[in-house]
Ligand binder design. Structure first.
Ligand SMILES: Nc1nc2c(ncn2[C@@H]2O[C@H](COP(=O)(O)OP(=O)(O)OP(=O)(O)O)[C@@H](O)[C@H]2O)c(=O)[nH]1
Length: 490
């Protein structure tokens, strides 16, 4: 039996269902705002697991896709077209990587009172720290909740840099012999290098009238273990003199004592150089890095004049010093970003702006590792303010001088690095190499072996722009020859 009100409701429903246009609420006139479910998105989300559902954790469907021997997989390696019945196809199965809840409670993995997907516990049932309370807009009374007023924890200061020379070997270069040292450190996973020039180590100091302290790595000469044999030491480079099939003598630990300083002998010439794959390996003329590396090795290898000993003629000793070669490609931004920066530079930006546009700093390098390497080589004196022969630093970059001084090393002098092409155009400066330069059909200057070690100088508008930016925007100390009218006319 129907009541009156029921009849009215039924009639209204009938009217709604049979009307040509069903009545719509004003809201329904708007199109749906939620995105339609995209099956691809769902598949991607499902593949990115793990997923927590109410009862199970991380199911695998088709578990044998990756590992054919797993349950439910079809081992295609055993399939033969001739005999399809050889291995019956197994049923595919869902596999849960988590045991049922009851079983986990029995095994004591989760407490009995733990709720499934309890956000206050981790997957093993261990209580998690309770979430921080939302900050109220009204200041809470003091000490009501110490956690909300916890002082921010200051980041731990980085450990002091430690370096260890892992191996050393002799490298003959066009400028003379060098010793390549490979370093490991506790800051980054990179293999930084030191190219030490000290050919006096080949001769017997007793036979020399004047001799400078040898530049040797303390960590390399140290004894690394009780089981280390003389051959082990020699193989990693801890030897003295020059190895030959008939000569081999392992070195003895140098110790931490500062080297005896011989008055009158110039401080060793040192360069801290940052890796530049494009300039040093490809021979890019966008920068002068390859040329600088070669010029540094050449300058350090030059014999040094030392004051005359009583009654004797002025003496000359072999050049001595080191290039610390840091793996800080692209002023620390890495090769990938540097390549991108070059494209921005081709669009008209300079080297600094290009770095900034990529979200990097103009210069992201650090010199703590370089300082530690110099210390290990006994270069740059001891602690801040202590006496020591110091170093003559080959650079135009004031950051490098400042960084070494901050590390407590003594920079006795800054020796400028003037690009060879600029020296050629400035009569006030000497051209060190008889540079044979010719112009190609487009008027671009070409030089044989421009930036490889023992090569010549780099030229070009790209290089001039790069160097001008370093002087004008990065504070490099280098006279701009094109701004000097006298030099221009020369
Ligand atoms: N980001 C960026 N890095 C460059 C560019 N050209 C060269 N470099 C990098 O600049 C660094 C050159 O550093 P260094 O040779 O140590 O010299 P410097 O700091 O310029 O100073 P000097 O000691 O005066 O030569 C290397 O890491 C190069 O890879 C460039 O256009 N963009």
């Amino acid at each position: 039996m129907h009541s009156h009100s029921n009849d009215a409701a039924d009639a209204a429903l009938l009217e709604m269902l049979t009307a040509p246009t069903p009545p719509q609420s004003p809201k329904a006139k708007f199109s749906r705002r939620d995105a339609a479910l995209d099956p691809l998105m769902i598949a991607a989300a499902a593949a990115s697991g793990p997923h927590v559902t109410r009862n199970h954790y991380h199911h695998d469907f088709f578990p044998g896709v990756m590992l054919p021997q797993h349950q439910g997989s079809w081992d295609w390696t055993k399939w033969s077209p001739d005999d399809p019945k050889q291995q019956p196809r197994r049923h595919l199965a869902y596999v849960s990587r988590q045991a049922p809840r009851r079983q986990r409670i029995q095994e004591g993995l989760i407490p009995e009172d733990a709720k499934e997907n309890d956000s206050s516990r981790d997957n093993t049932g261990t209580p998690l720290p309770s979430p921080r309370k939302r900050r109220s807009s009204v200041a809470a009374p003091a000490d009501t909740d110490s956690r909300t007023h916890a002082k921010p924890v200051a980041p731990e200061p980085p450990k002091p840099v430690e370096v260890k020379c892992m191996a050393r070997t002799r490298i003959p270069t066009p400028h003379g012999p060098a010793f390549l040292h490979l370093y490991h450190n506790n800051r980054d996973g990179k293999e930084h290098l030191a190219i030490v020039i000290d050919p006096a180590q080949y001769s017997d100091p007793a036979e020399e009238a004047v001799s400078a302290p040898p530049i040797r790595s303390r960590s390399l000469d140290a004894v690394w273990g009780d089981n280390e044999t003389e051959m082990d030491r020699i193989t990693r480079g801890a030897y003295i003199g020059r190895l030959s099939p008939t000569f081999r003598r392992a070195s003895v630990p140098t110790g931490d004592l500062p080297p005896a300083i011989n008055d009158g002998i110039p401080s060793p010439l040192v360069r801290i150089h940052s890796e530049c794959f494009t300039g040093e390996t490809v021979g890019s003329m966008r920068c002068d890095c390859g040329e600088q590396l070669d010029e540094a090795l050449r300058l350090i290898s030059q014999p040094l004049a030392v004051p005359a000993l009583a009654g004797g003629p002025p003496a000359r000793i072999p050049g001595r010093g080191a290039v610390v070669y840091l793996r800080q490609e692209g002023r620390g931004i890495g090769l990938l970003s540097k390549i991108r920066a070059y494209n921005l530079q081709d669009l008209g930006h300079d080297t600094v702006t290009a770095n900034l546009l990529l979200g990097h700093g103009a210069d992201e390098r650090g010199y703590e590792i370089a300082a530690a390497i110099l210390r290990d080589l006994g270069l740059g004196g001891g602690a801040a303010g202590s006496a020591g022969e110091g170093v003559r630093l080959l650079t135009n970059n004031p950051d490098k001088v400042e960084a070494l001084q901050k590390e407590g090393l003594v920079v006795a002098e800054r020796v400028p690095m003037v690009p060879r092409s600029w020296q050629a155009r400035n009569p006030a400066l000497m051209l060190p190499h008889g540079a044979e330069v010719w112009e190609d059909r487009d008027g671009v200057p070409r030089v044989a072996g421009a930036t490889l070690i023992g090569g010549n100088s780099v030229h070009g508008a790209d290089l001039d722009k790069y160097l001008r930016t370093k002087v004008l925007r990065m504070g490099h100390v280098l006279p701009l020859w094109m701004e000097d009218p006298e030099a221009e006319g020369a």
